[in-house]
Design a protein around this ligand. Structure first.
Ligand code: ATP
Ligand code: MG
Length: 247
């Protein structure tokens, strides 16, 4: 990335590129706040749909074919309600420190990004270790870490033949980890040492701020964990995040 900001006396000189990135960031932050309101508003009609469906299912003499359709409406509405509640919790500013299940958290983010993956034609594979212990941390921050890494992987696979694998596993006796592997173009050798730098991006102005991995690395380190990246010559990138079971 070009030298975006330089200190000149007391005044910070902001380049047009950086200004464009900051404006984009601000816009997305505002949009995020508005979306949280929209998601909140979805809760009431969803509750009405779910309870109306349940009332119909309790009625006598409803034909089986109708019951089947109502059951589908009910289960889809419950799925949406679950997602909106999860999103509201994720968007809240409150700390959400508690015993956290890595598999459930990965699953939540993958479901949340389902549309982003589908519109790029990316096949998403999960390989979970269901014997992992829970770990005590801020679940929302873990979601943010996963979101940044997985969104980067999806953005790298725009060609319609992407494959994303998310694994969870034990890492020795004291740590657990998750591994995100994509078959995108990979990261160039000259860029790989810089991807965690603040404002380093290879995306066009307005498409990326270069803050995602910078923030991600700080969050992982604050949790006492580590983040590592490996990229193969012929394409494909793997991010591994290791987190301590207890601190
Ligand atoms: N899975 C990946 N495959 C290829 N390149 C990647 C991958 N993940 C990260 N990168 C590279 O690392 C750079 C920095 O990523 P980072 O998430 O910090 O910023 P960004 O995605 O460009 O912008 P944003 O701040 O919106 O996340 C990206 O621009 C990209 O070049
Ligand atoms: Mg990013």
């Amino acid at each position: 990335m070009k030298d975006s900001a330089a200190k000149h006396g007391d005044e910070a000189i902001i380049s047009p590129d950086l200004l464009c990135q900051l404006a984009y960031n601000e816009k997305m932050a505002e949009l995020g706040k508005i979306s949280a309101g929209v998601v909140h508003e979805l809760n009431a009609p969803l509750s009405v749909i779910i309870s109306a469906a349940q009332m119909i299912m309790r009625e006598e003499g409803v034909p089986d074919s109708v019951l089947e359709m109502i059951a589908r409406i009910s289960s889809e509405a419950q799925r949406l309600s679950h997602l909106t509640k999860g999103l509201l919790k994720f968007s809240s500013h409150d700390e959400t420190i508690g015993e956290t299940d890595l598999n459930i958290t990965v699953d939540f983010i993958l479901n949340f990004l389902n549309y982003e993956a589908a519109r790029r034609g990316v096949i998403v594979l999960r390989q979970f270790d269901y014997t992992l212990p829970t770990i005590r941390l801020d679940t929302n921050l873990l979601k943010q870490i996963l979101l940044n890494i997985i969104m980067n992987a999806l953005q790298a696979m725009e060609d319609g033949c992407g494959k994303l694998l998310v694994e969870t596993a034990a890492a020795g006796s004291d740590n657990i980890c998750f591994i995100v592997t994509d078959n995108g173009p990979g990261i160039a050798l000259e860029a790989i040492d810089r991807i965690f730098d603040r404002y380093f991006t290879t995306k066009r102005p307005g498409e990326g701020t270069g803050l995602g991995l910078f923030v991600t690395k700080k969050l992982v380190e604050n949790m006492g964990g580590e983040i590592a990246v490996a990229s193969r010559g012929g394409g494909g990138t793997t991010f591994t995040v290791t987190l301590p079971i207890s601190r």
